[in-house]
Design a protein around this ligand. Structure first.
Ligand SMILES: [Zn+2]
Length: 46
């Protein structure tokens, strides 16, 4: 679940996800979300 930074709508599932892993660190999963109002945003996926 992620919140759109532009309109505050909550989006349940990302369109796509990928792992962001800097060298020597544990990676985090980032998701690309599209809110019901047509905004795209990226957020960390828990
Ligand atoms: Zn939005």
């Amino acid at each position: 679940m992620a919140k759109c930074p532009k309109c505050g709508a909550e989006v349940e599932k990302p369109i796509k996800t990928w792992v962001l892993a800097p060298k020597g660190r544990k990676g985090v999963t980032i998701g690309l979300f599209k809110c019901p109002n047509g905004h795209y945003f990226r957020a960390k996926v828990e």
